[in-house]
Ligand binder design. Sequence first.
Ligand SMILES: NC(=O)c1ccc[n+]([C@@H]2O[C@H](COP(=O)([O-])OP(=O)(O)OC[C@H]3O[C@@H](n4cnc5c(N)ncnc54)[C@H](O)[C@@H]3O)[C@@H](O)[C@H]2O)c1
Length: 331
Amino acid sequence: MSVYFLTGCAGFIASNVAEMLLEAGHSVYGIDDRNNAYSVLLKDWRLKQLSRFENFHFQEVDITDRIALENFFQEALTRECLAHFDACIHLAARAGVRYSVENPWIYLDTNVTGTLNLLELCRHSGTQKFVAASSSSVYGNSSAEIFHEDQRTDFPCSPYAASKKAAEALIFSYHHLYGIDVSVLRFFTVYGPAGRPDMSILRFIHAIAEEKPITLYGDGTQERDFTYCRDIASGVLASLRPVGYETFNLGGDHTYSVNQLIEIVANILGKKPLIKQYPPHRADVARTHADISNAREKLGWKPCWDFRAGIAETIRWYLENRDWFSAEMKD
Ligand SMILES: NC(=O)c1ccc[n+]([C@@H]2O[C@H](COP(=O)([O-])OP(=O)(O)OC[C@H]3O[C@@H](n4cnc5c(N)ncnc54)[C@H](O)[C@@H]3O)[C@@H](O)[C@H]2O)c1
């Protein structure tokens, strides 16, 4: 059984990854700063689900706080009588495109300096495997039919996307200098139970369930390659193997328009959506579509969840947790 250092474990994706690792019998040392970018109650709800595993060890740590980070990292290794972790899985970030336009500093500090702090700990401890979350947003407003890892990523449309691109470059330099084995994972619009309340799917579910108007930027023809959270978590686990240095798109392999998404949610809930339309946001891209052949070939990974089934699961979770969760949703 392996011992992993996991960042952002109160977050949506990392909590799914932690659960899958713990279910497989591994040990997880998780950190998160529990910031209030969105509902802290939701972050605590996720941590509570993980607390049932005795091999889960959590500490509230900010990855930009080098001293606190190093202390927890070293304490964890001492407790396990290890020199290094089997891997560092770095999923903590300031996420979300639109808010990065308002406060770009916190995105750069967290996503770039925070990443640097972790890379330094890996190199000094001899932790040889680094898995990092990047994003489809690095492709910018690409006109390509389908996004391939080799295409240019020089035109990010937001400080968030630029911070992810910067982190990718920094991670490569650590691979080059110190031989750290790296899997960079570019996630495509991840959704599912206990997902992010600032993202479209839970916002739409909440608005339609409550019979309130949906806030829609653009005309709804924008398309996304939506990916279910359990598929993403299995992709993260698959990427723990040695690969040298590789970048993998992890996407759902189908693109749906936002209008189609609204229709599916409304159908499952049996309600008519009310829509309040705003002009498109300049930080949003028109379309995303992942070419996932690299992950298929080198990781043996493929998404298994059908979009409608994933949305139904998300709605089921929302309805079960509606009493406390609705109060956490902003319109
Ligand atoms: N959800 C998506 O659709 C999506 C798409 C592309 C990429 N990503 C990337 O995947 C990763 C996980 O995203 P998510 O959707 O789970 O977001 P999330 O916000 O739910 O999770 C990120 C977690 O990191 C924590 N965090 C933020 N700053 C921190 C700091 N300074 N120190 C310690 N912890 C900190 C947050 O509190 C949060 O719990 C991020 O790197 C994100 O950029 C997500």
